[in-house]
Design a protein around this ligand. Structure first.
Ligand code: AMP
Length: 320
């Protein structure tokens, strides 16, 4: 069975876009691949400067994935920082990466173009990401189109290491380009934590409802026929309740069905999907001991794979 690896940054409370665009598609890979999902807490340090918030987000993310159906018996769920071997590999890879490759990194270039003074951590993070992937003999990395560059860098450095030190040292991973939908937020733009247009996943139903009622729509009257195409309310409904999407489309087209009605139907559909998961999330989030035990058990198993990789790398480069 091939290995698939996904990193999750614990920087925010997941929104509906994360659920439909990342969590659901990732969980659907479990039957086909040996799956490893790690919480990228060291990556979060490039932006999070609040220790208590980071501690909280790590558990928020773990509880979210478990509540959404991750089975820790089938998927290794662990914290990046519980496998310190990742730094050893980061260093070895850094010695093979050209600074020019890192200078071309999207995140680094974006920070420069915003006039910021990026940290060395942000500059180097593609090296840490390559180590995250290569440490676990990963065959497949599910990614969005915008992440192609990082995987190319990972493949490049793995091939370089194998070329110099021996072909069997590292597994060279392949990208699995995500077919996941792009989920739009309340303003019609891509849902994003930084834009304030997110529909919350596990906030109380009242807040969920308020957020859905704030979705921008056109301004036809109640009796007017309305076009489903291009409407955020309809698009979201089609993602959450695809079997009933045609029905909503017809109701909109025939008039007498307002955007308020459509939003109410969307709220009901989302609540039916995530309400039970919210209850599971709240129960899991409250039991921190149990959450930490799951993460540690995952790390123990992940570390066995990591140790074997590091042994191969050490011996290949001449540090045994
Ligand atoms: P982020 O919240 O930006 O760190 O994204 C985490 C994951 O959620 C990534 O795999 C994204 O592709 C996915 N994601 C984030 N926002 C959306 C969105 N609006 N639509 C679909 N997927 C998303």
């Amino acid at each position: 069975m091939k290995t698939s690896l996904t990193g999750i940054k614990p920087t925010n409370l997941p929104h509906l876009g994360n659920y439909l665009g990342a969590i659901q598609p990732a969980l659907s890979l479990v039957d086909e691949y040996r799956t490893l999902y790690f919480i990228a807490d060291y990556h979060a340090l490039t932006t999070v400067r609040d220790a208590e918030a980071l501690r909280g987000h790590i558990r928020d993310v773990a509880a979210t994935w478990l509540a959404c159906g991750l089975d820790p018996e089938r998927t290794l769920l662990f914290r990046q920082s519980d496998v310190p071997e990742v730094f050893e590999l980061t260093w070895v890879l850094s010695c093979l990466l050209a600074t020019g490759q890192l200078e071309r990194g999207h995140a680094y270039k974006d920070a420069l173009s915003r006039g910021e003074s990026p940290s060395a951590g942000l500059f180097n993070y593609p090296a840490l990401m390559a180590a995250d992937i290569l440490l676990y003999d990963t065959d497949i990395v599910p990614i969005g189109k915008d992440q192609k560059q990082h995987l190319e860098l990972t493949r490049d450095v793995a091939m370089r290491l194998n070329h110099i030190y021996g072909d069997d040292t590292l597994v060279v991973p392949e990208a699995l380009i995500s077919q996941a939908p792009l989920v739009r937020g309340t303003d019609g733009q891509k849902m994003s934590k930084s834009k304030g247009n997110g529909i919350p996943l596990f906030e109380p139903p009242k807040k969920l409802r308020k957020s859905i009622m704030s979705i921008k729509t056109t301004s036809e009257g109640l009796e007017d026929p309305k076009a489903a195409e291009g409407s955020t309310v309809y698009d979201l409904y089609a993602l959450v309740a695809p079997e009933r999407a045609l029905q909503m489309k017809q109701k909109l087209a025939s008039g007498g069905y307002g955007w308020g009605h459509a939003k109410e139907d969307l709220f009901q559909a989302i609540e039916a999907e995530i309400g039970p998961k919210r209850d599971a999330y709240l129960a899991m989030r409250a039991d921190e001991e149990q959450l930490d035990a799951i993460l540690h058990a995952g790390a123990d198993k992940a570390r066995q794979i990591a140790r074997a990789t590091i042994q191969r790398v050490r011996s290949a480069v001449g540090i045994d």
